[in-house]
Design a protein around this ligand. Structure first.
Ligand code: PRP
Length: 173
């Protein structure tokens, strides 16, 4: 396996600075709950919330999918749900990557049922090659067409999450 750098730390920092400014403007004087989707988004989330000039409430979810006999691709469930209420608040889902779109589609559907004022999505990487569900990403860091992406929170078999940049993982020929 080889790692090929696609976005370095400086580029990521600049991008997050811009996203943070935009989100702060859009949610000024509106109650915001920022939800980190574990594990992959933890690095991005930590940097993003520190770039905000507003004070969001902080919470975390973790989802897992398991194969079942009713769907070919498996079912998504919470392995950790939110702890604070989203009722009448604006919710910002913070993802490291949207790939097929199934995780975020499940999460926004579940959160919508809890009576929030709004649900928006911020994704560091919008990867479009394998998209199965139509998803609107409100705040996008980078659009990537394809490939296996690691670093800055994203893993391959739990490795590489600690890398400060974002890389394509290239299999050996
Ligand atoms: C990754 C990523 C997103 C999801 C995107 O999480 O963090 O949550 O997959 O994929 P999708 O759009 O195809 O649903 P993963 O399940 O690998 O867990 P992790 O964040 O703990 O690494």
């Amino acid at each position: 396996m080889k790692l090929e750098k696609i976005f370095g730390p400086d580029l990521i920092r600049n991008k997050i600075h811009r996203l943070g400014a935009q989100i702060s403007r859009d949610f000024k004087d509106r109650p915001l709950v920022a939800v980190c989707v574990l594990k992959g988004a933890f690095v991005f989330y930590a940097d993003l919330i520190r770039s905000l000039s507003i004070e969001p409430e902080i919470d975390f979810v973790r989802m897992s999918s398991y194969a079942d006999n009713t769907t070919s691709t498996g079912k998504i469930v919470f392995s950790k749900d939110m702890e604070i209420s989203v009722k009448d608040k604006n919710v910002l889902i913070v993802e490291d990557i949207v790939d097929t779109g199934r995780s975020v589609s499940y999460l926004s559907r579940v959160l919508e049922e809890r009576g929030p004022k709004s649900v928006s999505l911020c994704a560091l990487i919008d990867k479009q090659e394998r998209r199965e569900v139509l998803i609107r990403v409100d705040y996008t860091g980078f659009v990537v067409q394809k490939g296996f992406i690691v670093g800055y929170g994203l893993d391959y078999a739990e490795k590489y999450r600690n890398l400060p940049g974002i890389f394509q993982l290239i299999p050996d020929e």
